[in-house]
Design a protein around this ligand. Structure first.
Ligand code: FMN
Length: 352
């Protein structure tokens, strides 16, 4: 197989989303096989959120590669977790020549973005709704739940996003990780090719971007939290999320790495389908990932975080039936908005 074809498939693959654009993956070529390796040093080390997010990202990466290789005339075969002694080896992918497919999601791969702008408070169109729901029938395992803006569940999910943002801003580890991944100008974003450009946070204007920079020292952020800064962030998140057309929750049938990767594949298909419909999407997953780990008794939580999670628990329990709420993993908002204000860079792979 020509190396430039493999490089092309990988370029589509790594257009996948990752938590704070950390791209905690390495991709090796062994003749015609691609090996996808996890690099936990780049993940968020807190509350198990980073590990869960990494599995979801690998699912998205695999789905992109699958769609891209099919469209370029290759069928991709994936061997998930091929080495039981090496849990960091997520997948080995091999390719066979086949007639090229015409996949409507292919052209959305490079267009897909996280959009953190306020959305237009419109209902979901019937076409968008059926396009989103159709994706769930194509991936075995994860479950999709769609809650539109007129439902009572929608309001509960908006409140959950507020609790999640506040919890994020009251944790030193989460605060440090976030600020380490913000790129404050075009030059540093282009240099590192990872992290989030400050403009993609959609804070409003250059003055707000500059003001936000002052929150970088934890001591200052923590002091401002005592004056209500994190509470304000909670209220802003609720206000912002209430403008969406719908929320999506993704549930896993069980809590194994394979289930999380399958959920990542479905996440990506939904994101590509909404992109193809001209819709904006943003994960609002700080709370859903933490709650998932908390409900399963994984990760270690400070008393302060337990308080936030205890506040969030009945809201999530009131959204899904018993036995389902603890298996909710990923959460998004969907709606209409103009494109993001800043770029999102990726590292480039060139093979020998
Ligand atoms: C598992 C996962 C969780 C994420 N959680 C959030 C989140 O809670 N809030 C948010 O604004 N973005 C979230 N993101 C989006 C990433 O920050 C985004 O994908 C990354 O910065 C790259 O930007 P792009 O999606 O525009 O290419 C998440 C992405 C993944 C894969």
């Amino acid at each position: 197989m020509q190396k430039n074809i493999l490089e092309k498939i990988v370029a589509f693959g790594v257009a996948a989303p990752s938590g704070d654009n950390c791209q905690s993956w390495e991709i090796e070529r062994h003749v015609d096989i691609l090996r996808l390796i996890s690099v936990p040093a780049k993940d968020l080390k807190y509350l198990k959120i980073g590990e869960l997010a990494a599995f979801l990202s690998f699912g998205a990466l695999l789905e992109n590669m699958d769609i891209a290789s099919g469209s370029l005339g290759y069928a991709m075969q994936t061997n998930l977790f091929p080495d039981s002694k090496n849990p960091l080896l997520i997948a080995e992918c091999s390719f066979k020549e086949t007639p090229a497919k015409n996949d409507p999601l292919f052209s959305a791969i490079m267009e897909r973005r996280t959009n953190r702008r306020p959305y237009a408070q419109q209902p979901l169109s019937p076409a968008a709704r059926s396009n989103i729901l159709e994706q769930a029938s194509l991936i075995t395992g994860p479950e999709l739940h769609l809650f539109e803006r007129t439902t009572p569940e929608f309001q509960k999910l908006a409140r959950l996003t507020g609790i999640g943002e506040q919890m994020f801003f009251e944790s030193e580890a989460l605060h440090e990780y976030l600020f380490n991944h913000i790129r404050w100008d075009d030059f540093s974003a282009r240099q590192t090719k990872d992290g989030m450009h400050v403009k993609t946070l959609e804070l409003g204007n250059a003055l707000m971007d500059a003001a936000f920079r002052f929150l970088k020292p934890w001591a200052l952020a923590s002091f401002l939290n005592t004056l209500g800064a994190s509470w304000f962030i909670n209220r802003r998140a609720v206000w912002l999320n209430q403008k969406s057309s719908a929320f999506i929750l993704l549930n896993v049938p069980q809590s194994s790495p394979k289930d999380y990767v399958a959920a990542g594949r479905l996440m990506q298909r939904i994101w590509l389908a909404t992109t193809a419909c001209g819709l904006a999407m943003q994960p609002t997953s700080a709370i859903s990932l933490a709650l998932h780990a908390f409900k399963l008794g994984q990760g270690s939580f400070s008393p302060r975080h337990r308080r936030f999670l205890k506040q969030a628990e009945p809201l999530m329990d009131g959204i899904l039936p018993a036995g389902k709420a603890e298996l909710s993993l990923m959460m998004f908002r969907v709606g209409n908005a103009t494109p993001p204000s800043g770029p999102s860079w990726r590292r480039v792979y060139r093979f020998e």
